[in-house]
Write a protein that binds this ligand. Structure first.
Ligand code: AHM
Ligand code: MG
Length: 337
């Protein structure tokens, strides 16, 4: 049988489960269309004149790549006019983006990291787009959306997903009813359901962490990785493998596919105390997906989805993946307190 299209999947969710409203369906299809456009731009590479950096810095003080900015614009342009959004926020923009007055407003808030894995853009390694969808608070109707309206814990997400631009372009999505994956058919331009009900294996022997930061790690992280490295002869009694792409989307995608644990822990450097990855654009959507696939996502001690955000660009430590491994890391953090 032909693989289902994204539209078919969403219509079924709308009918059978009632979890997807017509507006949310439009939103997800619009984001998916924008990801297709980003995938085309990424695919052109040097031929499209899109590689390299700009002179600008984003709000985090990071030099922006041309593709970071282009991807951000593609997502803003695609989502502004459909009437499904109240406002947007992006890792690449200092403050929130309101829907211009000439367009109708909807009830949803869209947050995104337009192109994650910036250091891999110019070297032809997998990168991706991550997005998260919240509802605007009820008391925001009839007034202008403000930054504080976005500061909702990850448990309130109604959808989250990512597109990975790799050998294949894929869209991985949750609307709170499990996790599914679509592959972009580059000939017809359609997203086709190729991965039904993605589940993370519970027990695995693979980890993903930037080992060059080892000397800065806190004790519980050192302890866990040290035990992984000790292999069969160590207390964990099995040999571990290590993979690090340095694109969160690609690293998490591998873990969703094969199991394992992904870690970008907070560390002891002044700049690392809060962690590196952003709660609203990276950690929350990925944690929602991982939990929906049967995995666990914590900041060290606590569930990421329960964190009450205090700032739009807040950073957080991230440990996510297979249940058994993540729970072990959590136990080591608790024992160290
Ligand atoms: P970005 O959003 O600026 O691309 O940064 C996030 C990325 C993640 O994709 C990845 O896990 C991490 O930064 C890689 O960091 P490092 O350079 O320490 O390997
Ligand atoms: Mg990122």
């Amino acid at each position: 049988m032909k693989n289902k299209s994204l539209t078919q999947y969403l219509v079924e969710q709308q009918r059978q489960e009632g979890v997807v409203s017509a507006e949310l369906r439009l939103l997800i299809e619009t984001v998916a269309r924008a990801c297709k456009a980003i995938s085309h731009a990424v695919g052109k590479g040097a031929l499209g004149g899109v590689l390299g950096s700009l002179d600008s810095e984003n709000v985090q003080g990071e030099v922006q790549k041309k593709l970071d900015v282009l991807s951000n614009e593609i997502l803003l342009d695609a989502n502004e006019w459909g009437g499904h959004l109240a406002a947007m926020a992006s890792e690449e923009m200092e403050t929130i983006h309101l829907i211009p007055n000439r367009y109708p407003k909807g009830e949803y808030l869209l947050l995104f990291d337009p192109l994650d894995g910036s250091s891999n853009i110019d070297v032809n390694v997998s990168i991706g787009t991550i997005f998260s969808v919240l509802r605007a608070p009820a008391d925001a109707s009839g007034r202008e959306i403000e930054e504080r309206d976005f500061l909702q814990p990850g448990t309130r997400q109604v959808a989250a997903g990512y597109a990975v631009y790799g050998p294949q372009t894929m869209l991985v999505l949750t609307v709170g009813n499990g996790v599914v994956g679509f592959t972009l058919d580059r000939e017809t331009g359609a997203w086709r359901l190729t991965h039904d009900d993605i589940r993370i294996p519970e027990q695995t022997a693979e980890f993903a962490i930037n080992m060059s930061n080892m000397r800065h790690w806190e004790m519980p992280v050192r302890r866990y990785i040290h035990e992984c490295l000790a292999g069969k002869e160590g207390p964990l009694g099995k040999n571990y493998n290590m993979r690090w792409v340095a694109s969160m989307v690609a690293d998490v995608h591998r873990i969703l596919s094969r199991g394992g644990v992904f870690m970008y822990p907070r560390d002891e450097r002044p700049s690392g105390k809060a962690g590196k990855l952003r709660l609203m654009y990276e950690a929350n959507p990925m944690s929602f997906i991982v939990e929906q696939a049967g995995g666990v996502a914590i900041d060290g001690e606590h569930r990421i989805l329960d964190i009450e955000p205090t700032a739009l660009h807040q950073r957080v430590g991230v440990v996510l993946g297979s249940r058994e491994e993540v729970e072990r890391v959590q136990r080591y953090h608790r024992e160290a307190q």
